[in-house]
Ligand binder design. Structure first.
Ligand SMILES: [Zn+2]
Length: 101
């Protein structure tokens, strides 16, 4: 399974080789081939922190895809949307219960 990355420069998705190495050098986790060569020509190097974040995001996406692929196909009616957890903590009458009595 190969990782899919999103280029931070052009926003396009790209699929570097599994070993993250192109025939002419290492693949970048933040830039697609086109943007990477343009950056290299301009003398700009990738941000190591950004590269790590991009790598982690790509790994998480791969794990998610693998999990979805492992799911039985019959469950196609299940919606993946779920509300963020923080919404519950902010709304609602907090503390009302404890004031009674
Ligand atoms: Zn790009």
């Amino acid at each position: 399974m190969r990782l899919v990355f999103e280029c931070v420069e052009c926003g396009g998705h790209y699929l570097p080789p599994e070993g993250m190495v192109y025939p002419d050098g290492p693949a970048s986790p933040v830039w697609c081939t086109g943007c990477q060569s343009a950056k290299r020509a301009a003398g700009v190097r990738e941000d190591p922190l950004l590269a790590r974040v991009a790598l982690a995001a790509a790994r998480a996406a791969l794990a998610r895809r693998a999990a979805e692929a492992a799911e039985p196909a019959a469950r196609h009616d299940v919606r993946p949307s779920r509300p963020p957890l923080s919404r519950r903590a902010r709304s609602g009458p907090g503390g009302v219960r404890s004031k009674l009595g």
